[in-house]
Design a binder for this molecule. Structure first.
Ligand SMILES: Cc1ncc(COP(=O)(O)O)c(C=O)c1O
Length: 374
């Protein structure tokens, strides 16, 4: 066997032993909340299409129309020839939605975080990041080469102590958090963080990937988000002042050196935002279903459309996920390194298209099994 393969084979065996080998499984979404896997239809509680817009007729019609008119690909990066006029419309819709002066759309949320963070701060600067921020914020922080310190999750006092210790020797300081935490579904304490940032000459950047249209958050200096979840489309964005957007458009490497989004994807996002604004009850219903589930399982009341059921052990999470799948529900087990050690979990996400009966049934089934295991 060639040497590379031998090394990789040994690593794969290690991952397998620790129940950490991950592989994508084929699955086809249909009718909003269903997934077909191996010919079997499952009700999915593992999708971030919270408002059911990915297959909404207005959204797909807009994408079809743009596909027919403009073709499948953008052909170049935004700064070369890929900057389709649809970008301008989407960015102005996003700016309005976020209560910002302007917005800049990236190829994905991942690319937005990489590009924005590394454009805003550098080696002489400080980043203070919540321990639970998403991997792509963390990757952006590492790429920036700024001094990176993590504060305990949602612990304002810890963040304050780190500011006192490290802020005086750094030129600029960026605080990173999420509005709604992706694996825990809880919310950041933005009022307190904003005040702390203001008092310490620091900038506050929020990742609103899971908050958009579900919860309302106070504006912050740098508001990042994605179009791949509640908007049911694809792409990332940052919103803020005109200067911020101007600067980011000209300097963020993940925007400059990557091909622009396909026009059909931009058109889908514009249509999705229109439905999102016209029908706020979509987000309200997703949140209400999450609350119904959390109360049925006697968990802390849901603060967003994400509810984790933390079972600690990797194998237990996998076994419970398999049990739910055998009963017609798709709920993916989330394990380290996506979540901290000993916090493996089932991560439930709720869509406004879910049926109350399904939400209650899956909660009751899980409750029964968790009780049996005790
Ligand atoms: C909190 C958070 N930020 C950013 C991203 C990345 O967004 P995208 O999927 O658009 O790359 C995700 C999701 O994958 C996320 O959960």
């Amino acid at each position: 066997m060639p040497e590379l393969d031998a090394v990789l084979q040994a690593r794969l065996i290690q991952l397998e032993r620790r129940q950490r080998h991950r592989q994508p499984i084929s699955g086809q979404r249909f009718d909003g909340v269903y997934v077909k896997r191996d010919g079997k239809s499952l009700v999915s509680f593992s999708c971030n299409d919270y408002l059911g817009l990915a297959q909404h007729p207005e959204v797909t019609a807009a994408a079809h129309d743009a596909l027919d008119r403009y073709g499948s690909g953008a052909g170049a990066s935004r700064l070369v020839t890929g900057n389709h006029p649809l970008y301008e419309r989407l960015e102005s819709e996003l700016a309005q939605l976020k209560g910002a002066e302007d917005a800049c759309v990236f190829g994905s949320g991942y690319l937005a975080n990489l590009g924005v963070i590394s454009a805003l701060v550098g080696p002489n600067d400080l980043i203070l990041a919540d321990k639970y921020i998403h991997a792509c914020m963390l990757d952006g922080a590492k790429l920036s080469q700024a001094t990176l310190k993590r504060f305990a999750h949602n612990n304002i006092e810890h963040c304050r102590r780190l500011l006192t210790k490290y802020r005086p020797t750094c030129e600029n300081c960026l605080i990173l958090t999420e509005t709604v935490f992706s694996m825990d579904g809880d919310r950041a304490q933005l009022d307190q963080l904003s005040e702390l940032a203001g008092d310490n000459d620091a900038w506050l950047m929020t990742d609103d990937a899971h908050g958009l249209a579900i919860v309302t958050s106070a504006p912050t200096d740098v508001m990042m988000g994605t179009l791949s979840k509640a908007a049911g489309s694809y792409g990332g964005y940052v919103a803020g002042t005109r200067q911020l957007v101007d600067f980011v458009k000209g300097t963020a490497r993940s925007l400059i050196y990557s091909t622009a989004l396909p026009p059909a994807t931009i058109a889908a996002s514009i249509a999705a935002i229109k439905v999102m604004q016209r029908e706020p009850q979509r987000g309200e219903r997703a949140l209400a279903l999450a609350k119904l589930f959390s109360s049925r399982l006697e968990l802390r009341s849901a603060e967003s459309a994400i509810v984790p059921v933390i079972v600690r052990d990797e194998k237990r999470a996998l076994d419970l996920s398999a049990m739910l799948e055998a009963n017609g529900y798709l709920v993916t087990a989330i394990r380290p390194p996506t979540v901290p050690e000993s916090t493996s979990r089932l991560r439930f996400t709720f869509s406004m298209l879910h049926d109350e009966t399904d939400v209650q049934s899956v909660a009751d089934l899980l409750k029964e099994h968790l009780a049996c295991e005790l």
